[in-house]
Design a binder for this molecule. Structure first.
Ligand SMILES: CC(C)(COP(=O)(O)OP(=O)(O)OC[C@H]1O[C@@H](n2cnc3c(N)ncnc32)[C@H](O)[C@@H]1O)[C@@H](O)C(=O)NCCC(=O)NCCS
Ligand SMILES: Nc1ncnc2c1ncn2[C@@H]1O[C@H](COP(=O)(O)OP(=O)(O)OP(=O)(O)O)[C@@H](O)[C@H]1O
Length: 176
């Protein structure tokens, strides 16, 4: 509110005018950085709480869908990364259709993120999404199966459990 002003909110409902805000932040990298500095800590906190709650529920792994995963440095906090990619023409065409925006707007949104090629170089897994959604789903199922069969979550939990147990024991020894 302070940085972007009341004109970005509906006078009656107080709801954020996403279209208006998008028009500003995707044209101005400084404003975008300001918006990121407001949203990212809150998003990060909410995401952390969700991940912890899923892990406590016994889930083997948690999948996060983060548009600015590498740009924000959030990749440091995850074990594996999946980049779903397609060629530039398809990316542009799909974005224009999904967000009902023209080519110029779509291009400015793409330019606001790290080039896909660079993301691909950093990924643990790549999913080729140049074809139908079923094709992509098949590749994702293979990745999910691999993660499902991995011993890593069990090993991490065991190390975590032993460490916590050891700490509790040490505290008891100090107190009593
Ligand atoms: C600008 C906002 C209001 C536009 O909302 P809207 O519902 O119209 O679009 P949506 O969120 O679906 O995003 C549209 C496209 O922009 C990309 N995008 C969104 N935020 C950003 C950003 N900060 N930098 C670069 N690209 C972004 C998305 O990947 C998507 O391709 C909204 O995206 C926002 O508040 N963004 C800032 C928060 C943020 O950084 N989110 C992403 C990472 S947590
Ligand atoms: N294989 C496909 N065939 C046809 N359309 C697709 C395919 N994959 C994705 N799409 C469409 O492309 C658009 C963008 O996909 P999606 O929103 O999943 O991308 P995203 O990487 O999450 O984008 P962003 O990071 O911009 O939010 C959506 O409208 C989606 O339905």
């Amino acid at each position: 509110m302070f940085i972007f002003g009341n004109e970005f909110f509906d006078e009656e409902t107080g709801e954020l005018n996403r279209e208006k805000l998008s028009a500003v932040v995707f044209e101005d990298s400084k404003k975008r950085a300001q918006l990121n500095s407001i949203t990212h800590p809150a998003v990060g906190k909410a995401m952390f709480k969700k991940v912890v709650s899923h892990l406590f529920k016994g889930e083997k792994f948690v999948v996060l869908d983060i548009p600015l995963l590498f740009e924000s440095g959030a990749n440091r906090f995850v074990q594996k990364t999946i980049v779903i990619h397609c060629n530039e023409e398809k990316q542009l065409e799909r974005l224009m259709k999904r967000d009902t925006v023209d080519e110029k707007v779509a291009k400015s949104r793409i330019a606001a993120q790290m080039p896909l090629k660079e993301k691909m170089e950093r990924a643990t897994y790549l999913v080729d999404n140049n074809h139908g959604k079923e094709e992509a789903e098949k590749q994702l199922t293979e990745i999910a199966d691999e993660l499902e069969n991995s011993w890593l979550p069990f090993i991490i939990r065991s190390v975590f459990g032993v460490t916590v147990g050891f700490l509790i024991l040490s505290i008891f020894k100090i107190i009593f």
